[in-house]
Design a protein around this ligand. Structure first.
Ligand SMILES: Nc1ncnc2c1ncn2[C@@H]1O[C@H](COP(=O)(O)OP(=O)(O)OP(=O)(O)O)[C@@H](O)[C@H]1O
Ligand SMILES: [Mg+2]
Length: 459
């Protein structure tokens, strides 16, 4: 999906309601103003009607309009509109004026009260004001005085009102838009600062971004980024430490290989040469073991996509096949090596290869560090619904102070006569994590047990 600008979104969300309100406000203001203007014009139209009614005379029962010329001209002087008048009676019809002015709608006649209605005269729309008067001494008759005018003045006024209302509103809306634009730009400036700070950074610089002078929302974003940066820094320094440690560990056996080779080359006696070559073989085996352990550890690192390798693994089958392969090594040390499957036949989602690697390290340790004639048992178990594999031995106990450290990389317990590079248990721990499990060391009545429990959330 195309990314939309936050600035634009905010502007749209604010502008659409503002423009709608502006239009609605304009329409309402226009109708109110036109209504009041109509009222004012109606009143002045009725004034003319009243003035005209004052000129109505009744002589011996006959109604006539006594309208001097100047008064007639006054009535009809209007720069915009055409004005018509009419005086009529109920019984005698038109007395004076323009005959086609229609009477007010409705049948009832109220005296001395203004009537207004709209009609057309000579094709023009007009507003008509009417007034009924009594005919003294004749209750069956009445006089109707009417003045009509075209609507030009009213339309002009409506246009003026429209301009007077809409233009200032347009100006105000323009100012509001400008203020909103500036506000949003200022509000988003901290995001822009953040963007330029991140852009101008070197990829090596993982120091936290400044959280000063930023709004709360941006602050929490920066906080989250800083959190990520710090985890990234920890991960990178752990990687760097590991590479440095690995290089250091590899240097010693490789230097040994070189010295032994040079020594062998200086020998003439075939017996001595053979002896040196045997030593060379041992050293290169040690180097190969170290490289293999390093590779295992790298493979166990989280971040590799192993979903393809994962499948359902039957723990009894896995452990029994693996234990079988270790029997010769156990026999060489006269170790009582046993395997106990679980009657529940547990299985987990995992990688066959990586689980074997994990178990190999535990069995290798147990056989290597247990004295001749000792006892080692590989056991598959299900406890409280949690399945796992344990490797028990009755070899020397791990000192309390070492229990925490033996799972660290390159950590070995001082004084051990056995060869090793101190990576086995860290590989075990990483691989256990990868399969949603954890490794535990527990004391037994006789010996100890390394136990991997799978909680069912493989990585
Ligand atoms: N079953 C055990 N019995 C006694 N000590 C053990 C046992 N397992 C591990 N240890 C001690 O813990 C240390 C760390 O073991 P770990 O497997 O990590 O390394 P390592 O065996 O020395 O080398 P690697 O396994 O990489 O060849 C060992 O050096 C050993 O002293
Ligand atoms: Mg080991």
């Amino acid at each position: 999906m195309k990314p939309t600008s936050l600035h634009r979104q905010l502007m749209l969300w604010l502008l659409i309601p503002i423009v709608c309100l502006w239009i609605a406000g304009g329409v309402v203001a226009y109708f109110i103003a036109v209504r009041f203007a109509d009222l004012a014009h109606d009143r002045s139209l009725f004034d003319s009607t009243l003035t005209l009614s004052e000129q109505v005379r009744i002589d011996h029962g006959r109604v006539r309009l006594d309208l001097p010329d100047y008064a007639l001209r006054m009535l009809q002087i209007d720069p915009y509109d055409k004005v018509y008048y009419k005086v009529s009676t109920h019984l005698h019809g038109l007395i004076s004026g323009f005959g086609s002015i229609s009477p007010p709608p409705g049948d009832r006649v109220y005296y001395n009260r203004p009537y207004y209605h709209n009609d057309r005269i000579e094709g023009n729309h007009v507003r008509i004001s009417s007034l009924y008067l009594h005919v003294p001494g004749n209750s069956r008759d009445w006089i109707l005085v009417q003045v009509a005018e075209t609507l030009v003045k009213r339309k002009v006024l409506a246009k003026e009102i429209l301009a007077g209302v809409i233009l200032p509103q347009m100006l105000l809306t323009g100012i509001a838009v400008a203020i909103i634009w500036i506000g949003i730009t200022k509000g988003l400036s901290s995001l822009r600062r953040l963007e330029s700070e991140v852009q101008s950074r070197s990829f090596r610089d993982l120091s936290p971004l400044s959280e000063d002078d930023v709004p709360k929302e941006v602050g929490s974003l920066i906080h989250a980024i800083n959190d990520l940066l710090s985890r990234l820094e920890n991960a990178i320094s752990a990687q760097n430490r590991f590479v440095a440690d690995a290089a250091h560990q590899l240097r010693t056996p490789l230097a040994g290989l070189k010295t032994q080779t040079e020594y062998a080359l200086r020998q003439n006696d075939p017996g001595e040469i053979r002896h040196s070559l045997n030593q060379l073989r041992t050293s290169s085996e040690r180097s190969i073991h170290l490289v293999n352990q390093l590779l295992s550890l790298a493979r166990a690192e989280p971040g590799w996509n192993r979903s393809m390798e994962f499948r359902r693994i039957d723990l009894n089958t896995l452990a029994s096949e693996l234990a079988g392969r270790w029997v010769p090594a156990a026999l060489r040390k006269h170790i009582d090596f046993g395997f106990e499957p679980s009657s529940s036949n547990p299985s987990i989602e995992g990688s066959d290869f990586l689980l074997q690697e994990m178990l190999n390290n535990l069995v290798d340790n147990a056989l290597r560090y247990t004295q001749e004639g000792g006892k080692v048992t590989v056991r598959v178990f299900v406890l409280n619904g949690i399945s796992g594999i344990s490797v028990e031995d009755n070899g020397p106990p791990i000192p309390e102070s070492e229990k925490e450290h033996i799972f660290e990389r390159f950590h070995r317990i001082l004084g051990s006569q056995e060869e090793g590079c101190g990576l086995g248990l860290s590989i075990v721990r990483e691989l256990a994590h990868l399969h949603g499990g954890e490794v535990y060391l527990s004391e037994l009545a006789e010996g100890k047990s390394f136990e991997v429990r799978f909680f069912g959330h493989p990585a």
